[in-house]
Ligand binder design. Structure first.
Ligand code: PRP
Ligand code: URA
Length: 215
């Protein structure tokens, strides 16, 4: 499938991103190296995706005088999709220490490639103002769409998806179903293979991050 650009797609352009993606793609990288590269890439994505968070001006006292200073003025939710999305949580939490973390658990059925829900405990009301959905892999887009549907149902008004690698198929599915959701991605790959893996890709992100490849 040819990659199409959508107005909601923000592709990370940074030499440090390319350097870290090389580590992720390399099958010889250790789980520690893999997690380190995910952390660095998520830090770059976070800086971009949080640039315009709303602020209010509050009066504070410096050692010299009083002045107005910006203070974040919104409730933020970090929403990792289990398992692989867990590897992206720390950079967001370190920059948004007041944020709430709401986990969603999906695994892909190997035959149908459709997401199967195994953990979903979003509260019925009082949605966060801004949500950041975390998943390193956007393949068919099924898992991302399931998460986004859930967050919309909760009533979240501003949603960002932060991913490391995406296939054109997944970008198309999410961008067309949720045009108001910003997609922040580090690299847009060539295609999906018959098993639904991103090519050239990096393999199974959850297994590689958590050293859990089948033996
Ligand atoms: C991977 C990945 C995404 C999903 C992407 O998870 O982390 O959640 O596949 O594929 P999709 O776009 O086709 O839905 P997986 O289901 O392998 O679970 P895991 O994170 O526990 O390994
Ligand atoms: N999930 C992964 O972990 N890797 C892929 O390439 C596709 C889905």
């Amino acid at each position: 499938m040819t990659a199409v650009m959508y107005p909601s797609l923000y592709l990370q352009r940074h030499s440090l991103a390319e350097n870290a993606i090389r580590v992720l793609r390399n099958q010889d990288s250790s789980p520690e190296q893999f997690r380190g590269a995910i952390l660095r890439l998520t830090t770059l994505l976070t800086l971009d995706a949080t640039r315009d968070l709303p602020l209010k001006q509050v009066e504070i006292q410096t050692p010299l005088t009083s002045t107005l200073a910006g203070m974040l003025d919104c409730r933020v939710g970090i929403v990792p999709i289990l398992r692989a999305g867990l590897s992206m949580v720390d950079p967001l939490l370190s920059m948004l220490p007041e944020a709430e973390v709401w986990h969603l658990g999906y695994y892909r059925d190997e035959e149908t490639l459709k997401p199967v829900t195994y953990y979903d405990k979003l509260p019925p009301n009082a949605p966060v103002d801004v949500a950041y959905v975390l998943d390193p892999m956007l393949a068919t887009g099924g898992s991302a769409c399931a998460a986004l549907e859930n967050l919309k149902k909760w009533g979240v008004k501003e949603i960002h998806f932060l991913g490391i690698l995406a296939a054109p198929e997944g970008v198309k599915k999410v961008a067309e179903a949720f045009p108001d959701v910003a997609l922040h991605i580090c690299a847009l790959d060539e295609k999906l293979n018959e098993q639904g893996y991103i090519v050239p890709g990096l393999g199974d992100a959850g297994d590689r991050a958590f050293n859990a490849a089948a033996v």
